[in-house]
Write a protein that binds this ligand. Structure first.
Ligand SMILES: [Zn+2]
Length: 128
């Protein structure tokens, strides 16, 4: 892959990573932090637990994305960025532009999703 294109992907990935590092200023984090400091009745407690679940989900997804970004940057460093981890074909530039952390070509991704759907049902078909 062209060096300038790789440089652009690296810049985009690093920018996304910086955004994740600043995620403690998100509305979810502020809401959960605020609600924990005040006396709570049952409705407040239920709301607080719901907020906490959202915060955990938010942080889990951020952590997952951070890991995917680190992996993509490592693939750039190792000259493997844009190569499918399963079949070694080139991952389309359009797919990489839409999802720079993609490790699979569209054909392998669709196969993986079909397998997931078959064993776990449609709700577990994650995009990678
Ligand atoms: Zn593939």
């Amino acid at each position: 892959m062209d060096e300038l294109i790789l440089k652009d992907f690296r810049k985009q990935l690093e920018s996304t990573m910086r955004g994740l590092a600043n995620s403690k200023n998100t509305p979810y984090a502020r809401v959960a932090d605020h609600s924990a400091k005040e006396p709570m009745d049952e409705a407040d407690m239920a709301s607080h637990h719901c907020d906490q679940a959202l915060v955990h989900t938010f942080h889990y997804r951020n952590q997952q994305l951070a890991n995917e970004i680190r992996s993509a940057i490592q693939r750039i460093d190792e000259g493997e960025f844009g190569t499918c981890a399963l079949c070694s074909d080139t991952i389309g530039l359009e797919r990489l532009r839409a999802r720079p952390t993609a490790m699979l070509c569209i054909r392998c991704q669709e196969t993986m999703e079909a397998v997931r759907r078959r064993f776990h049902g449609p709700r577990h078909s994650a995009v990678a």
